[in-house]
Design a protein around this ligand. Structure first.
Ligand SMILES: Cc1cc2nc3c(=O)[nH]c(=O)nc-3n(C[C@H](O)[C@H](O)[C@H](O)COP(=O)(O)OP(=O)(O)OC[C@H]3O[C@@H](n4cnc5c(N)ncnc54)[C@H](O)[C@@H]3O)c2cc1C
Length: 398
């Protein structure tokens, strides 16, 4: 493996794969002006971080995974991980734009040449945003193959009816990847068959059979409900072959898990640094609170667990970049990193005592945001079910 290394700026760590120090440094610089005040105001107003997304777009980071021939940087996923981890470690949040990175794989691997030529250069320059991914439905939950949204071929078009929920950034995106059933579930051999992926141009669809309503959520994730009522889609919006969409989406899910795991590692680093600084500075009963084992040990444990999780994230990314199967590693990376980030968030909350609740410290906002990744894009139980069945050979539990 390339770039094995025994240390990094944060302290001793065994690195697997490339570390991308220039990317980390440059992204850190971009993040600097976007301080807690910036995020706190957006959080209060439930607004989209336009300026932050624009800064990342201008610097080319949202095109990290787009091949050079379409105007991107054509870098591997380990580079995208470095971008997202750095954003989160700086106290910012990449959720406003990370979907562009993980939906990209479906278009790159399974899209037609025409689709790639039509959309990728615009996405690379930032002229077009492909930030929305419509999978989850209100009545189906984690049992994705049971989704109810239907796309029926009628002459030279598909007619789509159904509803999606938690479709993040639908209001800020020009394009949405949509998962819909094209063959009824009782007419297919495997329940994952008969589901297709469409690349929906929201600029044309909104008001013409598609409606987006903002959801009031506990974090500022710009997430929405999407209603489709006789939405008409041209056949060239279909990605790949009809009925194979679930497989295409699954291919992309390893990327999604690894990228989200990298964000969680960034969150863990953010909380650990904040905790250490406060534990060393805050004096109560005549000494810094970090002198007490009850304060120090949860931080030390969170650090150890984050380091272990980071190793798994790097392993999964390195395997993904080498093109070897990495479903187990990607899932374990996401589970371990989201749990490590949460432990760090809890340690940070407790270390700050009452001041953890003061919004100006930025801890309670990050704490809420960090909790999400044990639930979305896939919950911990579903990952454990995957490991139990597919890695350890036990019966399917769901
Ligand atoms: C802020 C936010 C943003 C999101 N963004 C998007 C997005 O952009 N696009 C999109 O498509 N979706 C998005 N989601 C949806 C997210 O992917 C789902 O919430 C997640 O996959 C879990 O599905 P669910 O909420 O329906 O939970 P359910 O499937 O109803 O599960 C509820 C709980 O039961 C557990 N459970 C269910 N079945 C089993 C079982 N057999 N064994 C053990 N435990 C089980 C789960 O682990 C979970 O803890 C988002 C969600 C949130 C909150």
């Amino acid at each position: 493996m390339d770039g094995q290394n025994l240390s990094d700026a944060d302290g001793p760590t065994m690195l697997i794969g490339e570390d991308w120090p220039e990317i980390r440094e440059s992204v850190s610089r971009i993040c600097e002006p976007f301080d807690n005040d910036y995020w706190m105001k957006l959080d209060d107003a439930s607004e989209y971080p336009d300026k932050f997304v624009q800064a990342l777009t201008d610097a080319g980071y949202l095109a990290t995974l787009i091949p050079e021939e379409f105007g991107g940087s054509g870098l591997p996923i380990s580079a995208a991980c470095a971008v997202l981890e750095t954003i989160h470690a700086a106290g910012c949040n990449a959720a406003a734009c990370h979907a562009q990175m993980y939906t990209m794989g479906t278009v790159l691997r399974h899209g037609s040449d025409e689709q790639k030529q039509k959309f990728l250069p615009g996405i690379a320059t930032g002229e077009l945003r492909m930030q929305a991914f419509g999978v989850t439905e209100p009545t189906t939950g984690s049992d994705t193959t049971q989704l109810k949204t239907k796309a029926v071929r009628e002459g030279n078009q598909y007619v789509v009816n159904g509803q999606k929920v938690w479709t993040s950034r639908a209001l800020q995106s020009d394009l949405m990847l949509l998962l819909a059933r094209t063959t009824p579930a009782d007419e297919v051999k495997r329940r994952s068959d008969g589901v297709s992926v469409f690349l929906v141009d929201l600029r044309e669809a909104v008001g013409n059979g598609l409606e987006i309503r903002k959801l009031d959520a506990a974090i500022n994730h710009n997430t929405c409900e999407v209603f489709m009522d006789n939405l008409k889609l041209a056949p060239d919006t279909l990605i790949g072959e009809e009925g194979r969409g679930f497989k295409y989406i699954l291919d992309g899910m390893n990327a999604e898990r690894i990228l989200i795991a990298a964000e969680s590692i960034g969150d863990a680093k953010f909380f650990i640094k904040k905790s250490i600084d406060y534990a060393n500075d805050r004096v109560v009963f005549g000494s810094p609170i970090g002198k007490n084992q009850g304060v120090q040990f949860p931080i030390a444990r969170a650090y150890a667990e984050a380091q272990a999780a980071e190793m798994m994230v790097r392993k999964a990314a390195a395997m993904f970049d080498q093109g070897v199967p990495c479903g187990a590693e990607a899932n374990m990376a996401k589970m371990l990193a989201s749990e490590a980030a949460w432990k760090a968030a809890e340690a940070c909350m407790q270390t700050h005592g009452g001041f953890a609740f003061a919004k100006e410290y930025g801890i309670e906002r990050k704490w809420r945001e960090t909790r999400l990744y044990q639930i979305a894009p896939i919950s911990t139980n579903l990952i454990l079910g995957y490991i139990g069945q597919h890695v350890l050979g036990m019966p399917r539990s769901y």
